[in-house]
Design a binder for this molecule. Structure first.
Ligand SMILES: [Zn+2]
Ligand SMILES: [Zn+2]
Length: 118
């Protein structure tokens, strides 16, 4: 169904429930194509409410809705990180939040927003 991902990669770690948006995975798939990378290491995809309370960050609600994924980019060179952010913006990811280890991408409705995790 997807070239670079499978559904299991996005399941909630505590209960294995999975309400991740197929539209989100499709976008991530295109992003992989654009970056010429085989896949992304998904740190967090769908989260049930319990799991989200455990992890809890400012964009957590989008994980509960199945509209967000966190990519582990801790090993990436900055040039590739830059490319991910710029391509993600063009491709209609609306929420993009980053720190040194993680890039959060979501497909919320409304205005595009970018932030750096402290
Ligand atoms: Zn869970
Ligand atoms: Zn996130």
């Amino acid at each position: 169904m997807w070239k670079h991902f499978n559904l299991d990669m996005f399941a909630c770690p505590c209960c294995r429930n999975n309400l991740i948006s197929e539209k989100l995975i499709l976008k991530l798939d295109s992003l992989c194509d654009a970056l010429h990378t085989p896949s992304f290491k998904i740190k967090s995809g769908y989260r049930c409410i319990y799991q989200n309370n455990v992890i809890g960050n400012q964009a957590g609600a989008y994980h509960v809705d199945g509209l967000a994924a966190d990519i582990d980019w801790s090993e990436w060179p900055n040039a590739l990180r830059y490319k991910l952010v710029s391509k993600a913006m063009c491709m209609g990811f609306r929420g993009i939040g980053i720190d040194g280890d993680t890039a959060h991408l979501d497909i919320r409705r409304g205005t595009q927003i970018f932030w750096v995790y402290k």
